[in-house]
Design a protein around this ligand. Sequence first.
Ligand code: G3H
Ligand code: 13P
Ligand code: ZN
Length: 330
Amino acid sequence: MVSYKDLGLVNSKEIFAKAFKGKYAIPAFNFNNMEQLQAIIAACVEKKSPVILQVSSGARKYANQTLLRYMAQGAVEYAKELGYPIPIVLHLDHGDTFELCKSCIEFGFSSVMIDGSHHPYDKNVEETAKVVEYAHKYDVTVEGELGVLAGIEDDVKAETHTYTEPSQVEDFVKKTGVDSLAISIGTSHGANKFKPEQCTRNAQGILVPPPLRFDILEEVEKRIPGFPIVLHGASSVPQDKVATINRFGGALKDAIGIPEDQLRKAAASAVCKINIDSDGRLAMTAAVREVFATKPGEFDPRKYLGPARDSLKELYMHKVTDVLGSAGQA
Ligand code: G3H
Ligand code: 13P
Ligand code: ZN
C-alpha cells in the first residue's frame, strides 16, 4: 500500500472548496506519456494553477500503473524544481469497477472516479457507496456520475445524451457519500461532439453548437448547494488544430467541440472540475503531423515530440488562464 500523501499529492477536497468559492474550475488533464505530463506541469506551474492529473484505465494499460505512479511522484518534484509547488491530484478517470478503484488507491492515487452511470440507478448507488466506503478510509476523494454523456468512453459508446435527472442528485449524494458529482448537460467525449446539422452558423459563418443545459445545472445546484460538480467531455476542439491536422494529411471530419464561453460560464458556477483530453490530442497530433510533412528527413523523436510538447503547454496555459480561471489560484 502506497499513500498518496507520501508521494506529495493531495486529494480534491480543499482545492474544490476553494474553486467553488472563487468561481473557477480546476483543470483535469489526461496523460499517457512523459511529454503530456511535462507540458501539464510546466503550464500549470508557470500559471500557478492547481491541477488534476487524470489517468484512464486505457492509460493505465498503455503506460503501466507502476510507471504512472512514479511519473506522478516525479511531477511533484518537477513542479518544485520549476520553482512553484502547485497542488497536484492523481485521479482515476472513469473507473468502472470497485477492484480498479481499490487498486489505484493502493497504488498512490489521491482521487478516483467510479463511473456507474451506465448502470441502473440502484446499482450505481451501490457500486459508488462501496468505493466511497473504501476510499474514505485512506482520505481518498471519490467522484460519481449521474446521467450518460453521448460519445465514446473507452469501449462504451452512447448514441445520445441521457441528461442528469436533478431529482436524483440529492438522494445519490446522501446515499453514496461521494465528494463530487459528474453530470450530463450536453457535453460529450471525443472530437465529434455535435453533427453540423445540430449547429447554427454565426455572422462569420462559424458553426455554433446548441448551448449546454444550464437549466439542469442550476436545478442541480439548488438541490445540493455548495456541492462540487464535474464536467466531462469539455474539449473545445480548436479549429486551427483541426485545420493543421487536415492540411498535413489528416482526415478529421465534422470535428466540433464545446465553445469556450460556455465552459467559462460553467466554471463560474458549481462546476469545480473540467475534464479536457481531446484538445491535447489534437494539439499534439497537429504538431507532429506538421513536422512529418515539412521536415521529412527528421527521425529523432525529440524533434517531433518536442514541438508537440510545446504546443500542448501553450494550450494548457490558455485553458487555465482564459477558460477555467484557475491561473494564479495555486
Ligand atoms: O473519457 C475518456 C478520456 O478521454 C480518456 O480516454 O480511455 O482513450 O484514455 P481513453
Ligand atoms: P474530451 O474528450 O472532451 O476531452 O473529454 C475528456 C474527458 O471527459 C475525460 O474524462
Ligand atoms: Zn470523461
